[in-house]
Design a binder for this molecule. Structure first.
Ligand SMILES: [Zn+2]
Length: 96
């Protein structure tokens, strides 16, 4: 990882468009069976330096420790699958 990769001059800018291919997010969430669905994908930054914010739905009785593991896995897979993503904030909700 180079230092340049972490230089994000426009990280504070909320983009009007989602900077990520939603299909890619779908592929990644599909790899984690416990994720029932996702929505509200939002991004900040620019194409090379993306801050991602998303909601995922899990079974309502998922133990907290497992929910934590799932979000941790999702963050890792997202950041390695889409290298332009510098950080991911995941909101967990119960599947209704
Ligand atoms: Zn939501």
């Amino acid at each position: 990882m180079s230092g340049k990769r972490n230089f994000c001059p426009s990280a504070a800018i909320l983009s009007d468009r989602v900077l990520i291919d939603i299909k890619k997010i779908k592929e990644i969430t599909n790899q984690i069976k416990k994720i029932k669905s996702f929505h509200q994908i939002r991004t900040r930054g620019d194409e090379n330096c993306i801050f991602l914010d998303m909601h995922i739905a899990l079974a309502p009785k998922t133990p907290l420790a497992e929910a934590y593991n799932i979000s941790h896995q999702l963050k890792g897979k997202t950041m390695s699958g889409i290298p332009q993503v510098k950080d991911v904030v995941i909101h967990i909700e119960p599947q209704i």
